[in-house]
Design a protein around this ligand. Structure first.
Ligand code: PLP
Ligand code: ZN
Length: 423
């Protein structure tokens, strides 16, 4: 019995074989992998998953991979942290942080790319490519290196320097396009029509996007096979957001959890918030915007999965909210100072949006909330560098140390409960 039935159009439902294609020939709707969930239910159990590798491949029966040999960069199975300090700071009693900053290339993009690279090799492509807002570039370049494939990476020319270095080190061809991500994406769609390359987020997109389901699988397993009351997800195209929802629902379908009631919450940057703006207007139709935000990894002005994301927000009883650049910086600092996690700007978006929703009374203090922290702070140090205290510079002298420390004092940690502070 085959687990993967093929691809299916999300709009008209037409079925296609599992080929390197991504749009419906009849209605131009996006294609998605279709599974036989009865076949999957017979293959998986909580125990069989627990006995699997400590990577996202422990969920391989729920993923669109037929090959024995996968492209394995050891992505996934990242920590789910009980965030007591951040919870106290925000006024939440049951807050968890999914720390995806510790993936092989320091963002969650290693998850979808594991699928794209494995399928690309399965289909016989020799070149892996992508249109990237930054993090995809590093993930694709690293996976191509591991898979012994060529890589061609397209980025907006104004990308953060650390992200360019963090992709270039793996030896891909990097093409910096003078334009926004949406320009890069348009160009790549043209190139994908002419070149027999595997573009992770274009012709591989149906498979690529499935990798993000593992963000739901892991959270449920790490909570003892339970679905959280709410998740807060940083959103660019909406791909990860829609796949986290799909992941929780699939766990219920195959009997690994009892139910999948989870309030799906979109977090965007105010300078690029087309989905949040549609939510505020009470419509499902997303108006494209021109991005202007420090959260470059989320700077997609014309989100491919915007409409589907809004439908999920509605269906799940979720929320959509945006944070200003200043709030993003504060969110990054708060997460670092309370939980010891240095996240990139997208993490600041998640924390800041959660804070706003709690303050507005839109999140109950007892809800079990999971905040997805999807990228590492060392990728965007310039976002916070100007907002941090400078080191105390002293000569190597005990006396001078004592003078200086007496003058400024030691700081109390933001997340520390008041009762344990020492005078
Ligand atoms: C790409 C990215 C996202 C959002 O991705 P979409 O699936 O396009 O919505 C979130 N966080 C980080 C750090 C990213 O790199
Ligand atoms: Zn169709």
């Amino acid at each position: 019995m085959k687990r993967v039935r093929g691809l299916q159009c999300r709009e008209c439902g037409r079925e296609y074989p599992a080929d390197p294609i991504h749009v419906c020939e009849y209605c131009f709707g996006p294609l998605e992998v279709a599974y036989d969930y009865d076949a999957i239910a017979r293959l998986v159990s909580r125990a069989s998953i627990a006995a699997g590798p400590r990577t996202l491949w422990r969920y391989r029966h729920l993923l669109p991979i037929e090959a024995e040999q996968v492209v394995d960069t050891h992505a996934g199975f990242t920590p789910l942290i009980r965030a007591e300090n951040l919870g106290r700071a925000l006024g939440l009693r049951n807050l968890y942080v999914k720390n995806d900053t510790v993936n092989p290339t320091f963002s969650f993009k290693d998850r979808p790319v594991a699928m794209a690279a494995t399928k690309a090799r399965e289909f016989g492509f020799d070149t892996l490519a992508c249109a990237s807002t930054g993090n995809l570039a590093g993930a694709v370049a690293a996976a191509a290196a591991k898979a012994c494939m060529r890589a061609c990476i397209f980025i907006p020319a104004d990308l953060e320097p650390s992200k360019i270095v963090g992709a270039s080190i793996y030896g891909p061809t990097v093409v910096a396009v003078e334009g926004t991500y949406d320009d890069v994406n348009r160009l790549c769609s043209e190139i994908a029509d002419q070149y027999a390359w595997a573009f992770a987020n274009i012709n591989m997109r149906p498979y690529y996007s499935e990798g993000s389901k593992t963000l739901a699988f892991e959270v449920a397993e790490q909570l003892g096979w339970r679905v959280p009351d709410r998740v807060v997800v940083p959103v660019a195209s909406g791909s990860m957001f829609t796949k986290i929802w799909r992941g929780f629902n699939e766990l219920a379908k195959v009997g690994l959890v009892d139910q999948a009631r989870v309030r799906m919450t979109v977090a965007q940057a105010e300078g690029c918030a087309p989905i949040v703006e549609a939510f505020r207007r009470h419509t499902l139709s997303v108006e494209p915007v021109k991005p202007h935000t420090i959260a470059k990894s989320l700077a997609i002005g014309n989100p491919a999965d915007g409409y589907y994301s809004l439908r999920i927000v509605k269906e799940s009883g979720g929320q959509a909210e945006a944070a200003t650049d200043a709030e993003v910086v504060e969110g990054m600092r708060l997460l670092a100072r309370t939980e010891g996690i240095f996240a990139e700007t997208a993490g600041g978006v998640t924390v800041a949006v959660l804070q706003k929703l709690v303050e507005a009374g839109k999140v109950d203090r007892d809800e079990l909330v999971v905040a997805y922290i999807t990228g590492n702070g060392l990728k965007t140090p310039e976002a916070v560098a100007g907002h941090l205290e400078r080191p105390l510079t002293i000569p190597p002298s005990f006396k001078r140390f004592e003078e200086q420390i007496a003058a400024v004092g030691l700081k109390r940690q933001t997340g520390a409960p008041a009762a344990t502070s020492v005078a």
